[in-house]
Structures are given as C-alpha cells and as structure tokens.
Design a protein around this ligand. Sequence first.
Ligand SMILES: NC(=O)c1ccc[n+]([C@@H]2O[C@H](COP(=O)([O-])OP(=O)(O)OC[C@H]3O[C@@H](n4cnc5c(N)ncnc54)[C@H](OP(=O)(O)O)[C@@H]3O)[C@@H](O)[C@H]2O)c1
Length: 265
Amino acid sequence: MRTNEDLLSSLPADGTLAGRTALVTGSSGGIGEAVARVLAASGADTVVSGRNPERTQAVVDAITASGGRAHALTADLGADPAAIRAFAQGAEDALGGRVDILVNNAGVYPGFRTDAVTDDEMQALWATNIRAPHVLVASLAPRMAERGSGAVVNIGSWMARVGVPNKALYPATKAAIEQLTRSWAAEYGPRGVRVNTVAPGATATRGTAKNADALAAMTKATPAGTPVRPIDIAYAVRYLASDEAAFVHGATLDVDGGMAATRLR
Ligand SMILES: NC(=O)c1ccc[n+]([C@@H]2O[C@H](COP(=O)([O-])OP(=O)(O)OC[C@H]3O[C@@H](n4cnc5c(N)ncnc54)[C@H](OP(=O)(O)O)[C@@H]3O)[C@@H](O)[C@H]2O)c1
C-alpha cells in the first residue's frame, strides 16, 4: 500500500473545486495538511492554518511548489471567540472576500482517566473542538447562505459512538460535532449550504505518532487491518465539499477502515 507521504507528493491536479476557496483549520500537519493539499490540488484557493508558523508555511510552500494556490494564517483556535472571529475575517480577506468551503479539522485529544483530566485540558477540549467550529460556522455560514452556496465539513471521530476507556470527554466533543452537523444542515441547508461530518478511524499523524504501537494494535483486526492514512480522510472531505455530494446533508461519513462498523476481534 502506498504511503501517505508518497501519495501527497504526487497528487494529480484536477478541477473538481476550481474557482472555489477553502479554509482548513489545523492544516499545518496531520489530517488537516492532507485535506488542504488535496483541496488545493483540486483547484481550491486554500487557507492553511495552525499555531506553528513554520509548519503552516511549509504546507503552503508544498502546495505552491506543485502549482496550487495557498495562504498561511496562524491562530490559536483555543483562544476567545473574538480572536476566532478575527481569524474568520482574516481567512476571507486572504481568499478575496469569500470562503466557499470551511473544514473544521483542528482538534485536541488528550487521553486520560476521567479523574485525571485537568481543568486546562477540559477548557482546551471545549474551546478547540466545539467552540471554535461553532464560532467559525456562525461567522462564515451566513455569508455562504447569502451567496446561496457553500460547504462545511466537520471532522468527527469513530469514538463518538462507542465507549472507550480513559477518553470520555474527547469522544463527547466529537459526538457534539456530529449533532451540530445535523443542526447546521437543518439551519443552513435550505439556503444552499451543505454541512457534513467525516469521522476518521485511528489515523497515523504527528498527534498519534507516540502511540503508533497502540494504533497498530487497535486497527489490526479491522477490515482494513492498518491505521487510516490522512489522505484517505482528505478524499472524503473533498467529496463532501464538491458538487458530487450535492444531495448529501447532515451525514457522517466513516473513514475508519471499518472499525466502528465491525469491531472485529
Ligand atoms: N489521528 C487520529 O487517529 C484521529 C482519529 C479521529 C479523529 N481525529 C480528529 O482529526 C483531527 C486532526 O487530528 P490529527 O491527528 O491530524 O491531529 P495532529 O496531528 O495533532 O494535528 C493537529 C492540527 O491541529 C492544529 N491545532 C491543534 N490545536 C490547535 C489550536 N488550539 N489552534 C489552532 N490549531 C490547532 C495543529 O496545529 P499546530 O501543530 O500548528 O499547532 C495541527 O495542524 C482532530 O479533530 C482529531 O480529533 C483524529
């Protein structure tokens, strides 16, 4: 099977999203980087964002080196709502005044026993995984609706619908995102804005690298048999962001190697 890096370095250019603009949060690495690179290779003018300026710029450079259009915008999405609104405005400004595709990917996933989660971790989970997507949708979806078109893709998790020990609060934030997706589909869908979730399975990223053995063990008995590659999530996001998904509203698309559906042992 080809690696994520190999696939990302040889993305075929296509026009699926030609003329569109996209903001991908948490795209300085991991799943978000793959999403930004696939959307840009598909013709979208793309804002790459993260907290780390060097990593963010490196993704922009990779996109532009392969002929795509991208802009770097750094921000801490755990910050207060006013800062997130300014970030949304900054993305619109970078993209010539409009965001057609919003991908709410940035997320944190500290994993601890419930009685070991610190107050700071609780705050970061709420602020990054739920509040920031909410503020970004509140800022950008009404303007998509005024234009009569747009797509929001939220990144959930296979954990949102199963009980996993020592992870209680993180999956709860992802269950909230799935529900927000359905609510936003009802709220904005009739005005041309489609809202959907992609739910990744255990995916090999910088964030999960220190748990690579656990990831391999968790995925061994799934139909796919190995961890998901970020690019597999990215192709699902591209589909949901594109006109090919014109009749898909409020859905959750599992891209988890069959983990949630089968739970094979
Ligand atoms: N990996 C998995 O197994 C898995 C499974 C299911 C769902 N997910 C979800 O997929 C998403 C991406 O996960 P990942 O594994 O790719 O994560 P990752 O490798 O840790 O990368 C996280 C990305 O989000 C950014 N980020 C984190 N906190 C941020 C903040 N407060 N403000 C701005 N940017 C922030 C990081 O930017 P900087 O590094 O520049 O700060 C980085 O670009 C998350 O929502 C996660 O919950 C992951």
